[in-house]
Design a protein around this ligand. Structure first.
Ligand SMILES: C[S@@+](CC[C@H](N)C(=O)[O-])C[C@H]1O[C@@H](n2cnc3c(N)ncnc32)[C@H](O)[C@@H]1O
Length: 298
């Protein structure tokens, strides 16, 4: 979505899409994936954890189950940050029903601008663990985001993110390319993800050491293969659903241009009448180097 200055406002665009999805978001593969992200983050009960793009709180709530095992005096805390009020309201309700409101604080804010967050628990160099599940391919500038988040880690702290593999969700990829070709944006950004290196290089650029990187699958079942005749139905479902909220404000003719671009790409992609896809995610776990002492040793 364009802001009043004409600049694409990614946070506003994501907010609209996820407010529209909030009610049925948890009826998906996300709870299982979020639980695994927490496992890969190896959170300790004393950790201060930042859950970026926390959505309905799936990561925060799974982390709370670990944090609550510590005695009160050594217990960590979790901050969940998201831009979409309707997602956050589900997160807050779940925290109340799971009796963990003393362990988790949910904040509405743009995760790419934590420096403008005035909450007294959010400050640079203060988190043991930062997790951002299913968010990196939504951000306009993922490289800047990883660098920004790294400044919020303590030395020795850990960052865990994921990114969809290029073979996954082919309709979404083609829709993004088609909308971009028409000079607009979708509320996601994944064409930069070519392979694992696309993600690990963002960590390296931020000065993080790669602790592990691996591919996982079997979370969301791939909806394909599609028949080459399905293109029209597929593009219409994007234009008419939560991803098309901002695009619909541009009128019918604009939608027709996107459709044309999409169908052209769909046809190129189809092999022997079939558009196929696979499902997978790159997972990257990185750590911030410990501070060097005067001898340059950590
Ligand atoms: C796919 S959901 C992931 C939610 C949660 N991490 C999970 O694993 O279930 C993506 C979330 O990112 C949030 N989001 C996207 N861009 C954001 C931004 N710039 N600032 C804050 N939240 C953002 C959306 O509002 C949405 O709740």
């Amino acid at each position: 979505m364009a802001s009043s200055s004409g600049i694409f406002d990614q946070a506003r665009s994501a907010e609209q899409m996820y407010n529209a999805r909030a009610l049925y978001y948890n009826d998906s593969w996300h709870p299982r994936f979020a639980a695994d992200m927490v496992k890969w983050a190896a959170i300790q009960p004393s950790n201060k954890v930042l859950d970026l793009a926390c959505g309905t709180g799936l990561v925060s709530l799974a982390a709370a189950a670990i944090i609550r095992t510590a005695a009160h005096t050594t217990r960590g805390h979790i901050i969940g940050v998201d831009i979409a009020d309707d997602m956050l309201s589900i997160a807050r309700t779940s925290a109340i029903s799971q009796n963990v409101t003393d362990i988790i604080t949910f904040i509405r804010h743009d995760i790419t601008q934590l420096n403008t967050c005035s909450h007294n628990l959010v400050f640079p160099g203060s988190f043991d663990t930062i997790i951002s599940a299913s968010s990196l391919p939504l951000l306009f500038d993922p490289k800047a985001a990883i660098s920004h988040w790294t400044t919020y880690l303590k030395p020795g702290g850990r960052l865990v993110v994921d990114a969809i593999t290029p073979e996954s969700e082919i309709p979404g990829l083609l829709f993004e390319q088609s909308v971009e070709a028409c000079g607009a944006h979708v509320p996601w950004n994944r064409t930069w993800i070519q392979d694992m290196h696309s993600v690990t290089e963002l960590f390296e650029a931020a000065g993080l050491q790669i602790e592990s990187s691996f591919v996982v699958s079997n979370y969301r079942s791939a909806k394909g293969p599609y028949s080459s005749d399905d293109g029209e139905k597929v593009v219409e479902s994007f234009l008419e659903g939560p991803s098309g909220i901002e695009l619909r404000t541009r009128g019918v003719e604009f939608g027709e241009r996107i459709k044309e671009e999409f169908l052209r790409r769909w046809e190129v992609r189809a092999k022997e009448g079939i558009v196929d896809e696979a499902e997978g995610f790159y997972i990257v776990v990185g750590t911030k180097p410990e501070l060097a002492n005067d001898d340059g040793q950590v």
